[in-house]
Design a protein around this ligand. Structure first.
Ligand code: BES
Ligand code: ZN
Ligand code: ZN
Length: 498
């Protein structure tokens, strides 16, 4: 159920409090509301409002105290009141320290209590800067995201979106709301692609989706077929895709604004389903593998939002799309494959399929910076869970800008090292390189995978985001919804804006 955000018609001249609004509404001077929501800060702080106190029959601060509301971000207290002849729910919403993260979480939790078609008057961001409007709206939109394919009488019917109207004047609130909507649309697109069941989602389906989105948003596009990949020497991608009846694709999206001086390449892992191949995953580990293209979905979603945000850099998005299946034509442990550019790689485990498609970005596109994003290793998930993506970087400056964008956007990163002494574990007796570590370094699975990727970045400033944990959420929580999270979308957009 989508949510719309808006500024109230009461605007700057109207009442600045929910009580004031309800009093005017009872007199028929302002439009009806089903819900009003006001903020509760850390320690249960709530702004006084005589009109509201009258409707509640006691001071709002007493309601907060009696209900034991602490102002924890996302905490909800609901009191029904009568305003004129209307029944209205007054919601006390915890926003903690008023930070962007708290407002996003609060937006998500509050959004989920709304019902289709409800009209909400909010003072949650009254008196806060316009950026607060943006983060609260983002939370509202993203916390209420869901992917469903249910049958039944109402299936397919779009639910009427609740409308949340922000009260109180904000310079730039209009732009803040459109910014929130560009960000939330992009994150929702990434989630949609990753949540789509793999029966419907082949590499060619992903290419078709990219084709449609590229023409809608004016991006250049090239798609390599399996034959073209073969003759161009993309040995990694064709090997990974060989076991599936649905052949691999390389998708290249180009955003080329006039006057751009910096060229950034984004590379996304686009495994449409990861069975592990012949090194087959156990059933439980396979259950979530429809989201193994989360990195690629995020690259596609980011590309579609660049124009709307007026990004001034040249950006190329590459998505290596393949389905990793076991079959008579699948690649095998022990195979030696030839990567794009000619280097040979010894395959030790066909489940480490995600690390085989980075060489092209460096040798053909000559970017100033490369950022790849991939659900690469279970080890990254074990290390950081789902709240942080793992960051690896060959450049201090790039790392610092990504970490800052992560904090600002809500997609938080934690940097892990690239220790040189783990690198020899990737030496192979038969090929230039083994693609998984043989010895001690193997314990640090996320690191050895990153060290393998680094080999194909030609010494350029490069960052790798391992989102095996952060790409999925087990439950609805704050602005996350169960399933694919779209992690990295807001982060990369924020970084590109910088
Ligand atoms: N797609 C998986 C990583 C993954 C695991 C993502 C759990 C999300 C949740 C990846 O292709 C994989 O299986 N990696 C192996 C590498 C190993 C064989 C060296 C892993 O992490 O176990
Ligand atoms: Zn995978
Ligand atoms: Zn795998």
């Amino acid at each position: 159920m989508p949510i719309s955000c808006d500024i109230t018609e009461a605007g700057t001249a109207g009442p600045g409090s929910v009580g004031g609004y309800l009093a005017e509404m009872a007199l028929g001077r302002l439009g009806p509301a089903d819900v009003v929501v006001l903020p509760v800060g850390a320690g249960g702080q709530v702004a006084g409002d005589d009109a509201l106190d009258r409707l509640l029959g006691r001071p709002a601060a007493d309601v907060v105290a009696v209900s034991q509301l602490t102002g924890k971000p996302g905490q909800l207290g609901v009191v029904p009141v009568r305003a004129g002849d209307q029944q209205v729910k007054v919601v006390f919403l915890g926003i903690g320290d008023h930070s962007a993260g708290s407002l996003r979480r609060a937006g998500g939790e509050f959004g989920r209590m709304l019902r289709p078609g409800q009209i909400v008057i909010s003072t949650v961001t009254a008196g806060e800067p316009a950026s607060a409007v943006q983060t609260f709206c983002e939370g509202l939109r993203l916390g209420t995201y869901s992917y469903v394919e249910k049958s039944g009488p109402r299936a397919g019917e779009p639910a009427r979106a609740p409308l949340v109207r922000m009260l109180g004047s904000h310079n730039g609130a209009g732009e803040a709301i459109s910014g929130a909507s560009i960000f939330a649309n992009a994150v929702s697109l990434s989630r949609d692609i990753a949540n789509t069941p793999s029966v419907a989602k082949s590499p060619e389906w992903l290419a078709g989706t990219a084709r449609r989105l590229a023409s809608e948003t004016d991006l250049g596009l090239a798609v390599w077929s399996e034959h073209e990949l073969q003759s161009a020497g993309f040995g990694g991608l064709t090997a990974v895709g060989a076991g599936s009846e649905r052949p691999p694709r390389l998708i290249e999206l180009r955003y080329e604004p006039a006057g751009a001086s910096r060229h950034v390449v984004l590379v996304g892992k686009g495994i449409t389903f990861d069975t592990g191949g012949l090194s087959l995953k156990p059933g439980d580990a396979m259950k979530t593998m429809k989201t193994d293209l989360a990195g690629g979905a995020t690259v596609l979603a980011v590309m579609t939002a660049l124009g709307a945000l007026g990004i001034r850099h040249r950006v190329t998005g590459l998505i290596a799309a393949a389905e990793n299946m076991p079959s008579g034509s699948a690649y095998r442990p022990g195979d030696v494959i030839r990567q794009y550019g000619g280097r040979t790689v010894e395959v030790l485990n066909t489940d480490a399929e995600g690390r085989l498609a980075l060489a092209y970005a460096d040798s053909r596109l000559s970017p100033d910076e490369i950022v790849d994003i991939a659900t690469l290793t279970g080890a990254a998930r074990v290390a950081l869970g789902s709240s942080y993506g793992a960051l690896f970087a060959s450049s201090e400056d790039l790392a610092a800008r990504l970490l800052a964008a992560g904090e600002a956007s809500g997609d938080r990163l934690w940097r892990l090292p690239l220790p040189e002494d783990y690198r020899p574990a990737l030496d192979s007796p038969v090929a230039d390189l083994a693609h998984v570590a043989r010895d001690d370094g193997a314990a640090a699975g996320a690191i050895s995978a990153a060290l393998f990727l680094r080999e194909f970045t030609g010494g350029r400033p490069w960052a790798h985001l391992d989102i095996a944990g952060a790409g999925r959420s087990g439950a609805d929580h704050g602005d996350l919804s169960a399933g694919a999270t779209g992690f990295g979308t807001r982060l990369l957009l924020r970084w590109l804006l910088g």
